[in-house]
Design a protein around this ligand. Structure first.
Ligand code: MGD
Ligand code: MGD
Ligand code: SF4
Ligand code: MO
Length: 724
């Protein structure tokens, strides 16, 4: 395998050879350098012949990496992955190796047949927020043009969609962080709502450590005393699903204690009077009763948040993955607006996006209601613009389709064939037992993946694709910073790129042109398609993105471009400093009130289950469960519970616990800790099998974002077996 030489941008990797690139996993998109190791790829398939070295010049992580990023090359090795197409021939019923010709013909044939027999909307497409911008763009274009289907959505719906909906509602624009992450260390107070950053983005922790050494304070809001909460000046531990009431209670105190920034409210917002009334209805004692957070702690939080000149609220999946996630984020934004902590340097609201391209993946058209450039699919102007870039009539573009869970729920019903690229819903979707059944009931399932995931195992055809280090492409990190991932080594011979797969399928379905294999060519088209949209990339090129540690969108083409006399747009690290992106430039308060979760505890199911992550596993575990070092650190699922609850069950650490919800039953060992509320249990969702957390979760959807309620459902817990 060949290492591309001399691609370093002077990042100070300390190595003459090596390729500067970015981690394949989370939204931090840590910079790293890939270097060849002696002897290149090993004959037994356990090494791909590269190792990760630090890249200290990249500002987001400054060389630091977590164990997942450091060990990512292990998944490049051939024994961890699929290296040949697989097809399920009816004669054997098993997945067997096949040629690309056979595999692609089968997929194209199934897509064509389903369209002919059942109509274009009987074909579904499911994408992922880990796909590069180019792939997300090409997948959306493939669905709308080649397949003509409206039925496309992606796993980002399960991720930050509630924050996106609330951000758009308030600011007219949704970009995870409206400022560079490094600003966090220079504000006065950071409120982290339901983020376990110490495990989910470890290198980001240094910005919080710096904040505190600069005299700032950290408030963490999490039902568990996580590693992140341990760093905090104040930890509030509400019941899962009560953040909306908590935020309203804090706003109530802000009003009651005369902490409003009336000048900011008057000058830069609209809609305050209704929100004020909603807050006044959430007095502290009521909020204590709903959330379980004592009134003195609420008062202390208001003090820490309001005393300094600047402050920030950052939300992650804790408050967002609820059937009221959008309103909950709105409540936190309301708090920022009422105190003037928005639209100013070093103050503001931000969402910590999740997946490697969680931001870009939601901008370029794989979402059910969206066209490239973060445009709306039902906006006639957007349709006309994108149709012109694609060389078709706007009337040819289908309308908006179903959201992720609704799409998965329709499999085997009116959706007969599915193309799955970049997600593993058999593990990660809510009510996963049902979703797995739906996947099995399809006429045809085609999966593009790098490994044989649990979802790929259900497929009729599996197409093996290249990984991060074997291909070039851009991602947009949690700050809205567009980055170039560079190809560092050649893939195994029989593996193709996702872009290559779409190109071949399109050609078989009559589209010889329009689906280039070259990522840079796709990026150029994506930039044109995004021109004038909210997420405008039109002033970007690969060369520009590769310089200066990336470019923040919006980055439009300057006026008079092409004349040779204009300066390129510098990108936009900080948004909203002069005006918000609403028609009148004002941020909009959203009148929201607390409501219960879709499923509250009762006699039969007396406890709340919440779910989340551990440091050493990533998402459905499809990739990280193939890395020995990570499995040693996080070998399997567990049920975290308080000693008091364990005592009631007669359980000790390591005993097998059965967690039962209205959807099903999961079994995993007990992990007893004082760091969790006694009325709540926690399970990580990285595993398949009897410990699969998503067997239990509730697919109740948020009305605005269509986000499922991953973070709370009612369960009972039983002792299944004592530890040997
Ligand atoms: N190690 C690792 N890192 C990852 C990932 C991974 O799978 N593994 N995935 C990446 C992705 S895609 C994402 S989206 C991010 C997610 O990053 P985070 O949002 O930090 O991760 P989670 O563990 O899902 O949830 C965070 C915390 O929310 C708390 N929580 C649960 N219910 C509630 C509630 O009702 N209210 C509040 N306030 N808190 C609650 C949980 O106890 C948990 O500690 O991580 C990214 N980074
Ligand atoms: N209970 C519970 N469930 C959750 C959550 C939770 O907090 N609790 N969080 C939700 C969130 S935030 C998220 S983001 C989802 C994520 O859940 P998934 O969508 O399942 O995410 P991954 O496990 O990252 O799956 C990505 C798949 O695509 C493959 N892949 C990686 N890169 C590429 C590529 O470039 N091309 C192709 N074709 N394939 C690729 C990987 O091998 C893997 O099989 O889970 C959600 N599910
Ligand atoms: S924090 Fe995220 S981007 Fe950084 S090394 Fe870990 S997984 Fe990769
Ligand atoms: Mo996510």
């Amino acid at each position: 395998m060949q290492i591309d030489q001399a691609t370093s941008t002077g990042s100070g990797s300390g190595s003459a050879t090596g390729t500067d690139t970015h981690c394949p996993y989370c939204a931090l998109q840590c910079g790293m350098t890939l270097r060849p190791v002696e002897g290149a790829a090993s004959a037994d398939g356990t090494s791909a012949g590269v190792e990760v070295a630090e890249r200290p010049a990249f500002p987001v992580n400054k060389g630091a990496l977590c164990s997942k990023g450091r060990t990512a090359p292990a998944v490049l090795a051939s024994h961890a992955r699929i290296t040949r197409p697989l097809v399920r021939r009816s004669s054997s019923g098993e997945l067997e190796p096949a040629t690309w010709e056979e595999a692609l013909d089968l997929v194209a044939g199934a897509l064509e047949r389903t369209r002919r027999l059942h109509g274009a909307d009987a074909v579904g497409v499911f994408g992922g927020g880990g796909l590069t911008n180019e792939k997300a763009y090409a997948l959306g274009k493939f669905a709308r043009l080649v397949l003509g289907t409206s039925q496309i959505d992606y796993n980002g719906r399960f991720c930050m969609s509630s924050a996106a909906a609330a951000g758009t509602r308030a600011f007219g624009l949704d970009r995870g962080l409206p400022f560079p992450l490094s600003d966090v260390s220079r504000t006065g107070c950071v409120v982290l709502v339901g983020s376990n950053l110490a495990e989910t983005m470890p290198p980001a922790l240094r910005h919080l450590t710096e904040l505190r050494s600069n005299g700032g304070t950290l408030i963490v809001i999490d039902p568990r005393r996580t590693r992140t909460a341990e760093q905090a000046d104040l930890h509030l531990a509400p019941r899962p699903g009560t953040d909306l009431a908590l935020a309203l209670g804090l706003l109530h105190l802000v009003v009651a204690e005369g902490r409003l920034d009336q000048d900011f409210i008057d000058a830069r917002t609209s809609g305050w009077p209704e929100v004020r009334s909603a807050a006044m209805a959430h007095w502290p004692e009521l909020v204590e009763r709903i959330t379980g957070v004592p009134v003195p702690e609420l008062r202390r939080a208001v003090q820490l948040f309001c005393d300094p000149e600047n402050a920030m609220v950052l939300t992650a999946r804790g408050p967002e993955q609820h059937s009221k996630g959008t309103d909950t984020v709105s409540a936190w934004i309301n708090l920022c607006l009422a105190t003037g902590r928005a639209g100013r340097a070093l103050s503001g609201y931000g969402c910590l996006t999740g997946q490697g391209n969680g931001q870009g993946g939601r901008e370029h058209g794989q979402k059910a209601d969206q066209l490239p450039g973060y445009r709306k699919l039902d906006d006639p102007v957007a349709r006309a613009h994108v149709a012109q870039v694609w060389g078709v009539d706007a009337a040819a573009l289908p309308g908006p389709g179903r959201s992720a869970y609704e799409l998965l729920d329709a499999l085997g019903g009116d959706i007969r064939t599915l193309l799955l690229m970049g997600s593993n819903p058999a593990v990660s979707a809510p009510r996963a037992g049902h979703v797995e059944q739906r996947l099995r009931s399809l006429d045809f399932l085609a999966v593009c993946d790098v490994v044989l995931s649990e979802s790929a195992r259900l497929a009729d055809v599996v197409l093996p694709v290249t990984q991060w280090a074997e291909e070039t492409g851009t991602t947009t990190n949690l700050e809205g910073r567009v980055l170039l991932r560079r190809k560092a080594l050649d893939p195994p011979a029989e593996v193709r790129t996702d872009l290559g797969v779409l190109n071949e399928l399109a050609a078989r379905l009559g589209w010889e042109k329009g689906f280039p294999v070259d990522a840079e060519e796709v990026f150029e088209e994506l930039c044109r398609a995004s021109a004038g949209g909210p997420a405008d990339y039109s002033g970007m090129t690969y060369a520009r993105v590769a310089e200066d540690d990336g470019l923040f969108w919006p980055c439009p083409e300057p006026d008079g471009a092409g004349t040779g006399h204009v300066t390129a747009h510098p990108g936009t690290p900080r948004l909203f400093l002069d005006r918000f992106a609403t028609p009148d430039g004002r941020a909009r308060f959203a009148p929201v009130a607390h409501r219960p979760s879709a499923e509250e505890p009762d006699e039969e199911y007396p406890l709340r289950l919440t779910t989340g992550r551990v440091l050493a596993q990533y998402q459905s575990g499809a990739q990280t469960r193939r890395v020995d070092e990570l499995n040693a650190a996080a070998p399997g699922p567990f049920v975290e519970l308080h000693p008091r609850l364990a005592g009631q069950l007669g359980a000790v650490d390591g005993d097998a616990l059965a967690v039962v919800s209205r959807r099903g039953r999961a079994v995993a060992p007990a992990r007893v800790t004082r760091g969790i509320r006694p009325d709540t249990v926690f399970m990580p969702f990285h595993w398949y099998g009897e410990g699969r957390a998503n067997t239990l979760t509730n697919p109740a959807l948020d009305p605005a974002s269509r986000m499922p309620e991953f973070k709370v459902c009612a369960v009972r817990v039983e002792l299944a077996a004592q530890a040997p």
